[in-house]
Design a binder for this molecule. Sequence first.
Ligand code: E4P
Length: 274
Amino acid sequence: MKIFIDSADLDEIKQAFDWGVCDGVTTNPSLMKKAVDKRVSAGEKLDLKEYIKRILEIAKGTPVSLEVTELTAAGMIEQGKRIFDMFNPVAGNVNVKIPVNPAFKDGDTTHFDGLRAVRALSEQGIPVNCTLIFTPEQCLLAAKAGAAFISPFAGRVDDLIRTKAGVKFDKTAYFPAEGMMKDDALVEDNGVVSGIDLVEQCVDVLNIYDFEAEIIAASLRNPRQAREAALVGAHIATLPFTVIRDMLKHAKTFEGMDLFTKDIVPDYVKMLKG
Ligand code: E4P
């Protein structure tokens, strides 16, 4: 499973690539706002275009998602092309992130505009990351429209299930992949019992029909979810900086380092010196 960093924070992205385990970057409007606010509130006069170019250079050789803000098919296609033309020449690694359904409520007329944009941009050779996926059927439609990447939002499904179950929760707390019982029944969202269950069902849909798209398990908030995304066959997990960092921690690893270091035979070290 590839690991992307889910961040628009240049310092975090630099560090994650420096660790040698990062295979790409995903951003969204909220992550971009967080990164920009941080710099501006620190007194920096930010040139956003140059800032994004620096992200692309750091991630050179790996994909970076930049999201559209337009809400109609025509608007998303035009803006998606502009994003690609403006930024892909920097390092050849841009994909355009398009919401699977840009409508705000049922009854709006724009439901299929996202998929129309996915198809149009993909046909022009612009890779698309289709985002805000909450059902396996949305995933199927995104794959049929030609998306290169499809992003089911695991953590937000867990939020929904826990809210339906009426439990208080911390968004970063682990939620079991097998779901949660309430009144002797599994709490579910239309047959999906957890975020990892959604990821697994999306992976299955792509595998059964040999789609080339890759699943990006998104909205993951803790290391155990990253593990479970790997175990259900997600091609990619996009992870916040802190989750990538915490994946490496274990008390017995720290303790083992301490014990081994105390036991080092001085002659062994002397022998290995150049
Ligand atoms: C990534 O593509 C998504 O935009 C991101 O993972 C959403 O995460 P959140 O639900 O924690 O905001």
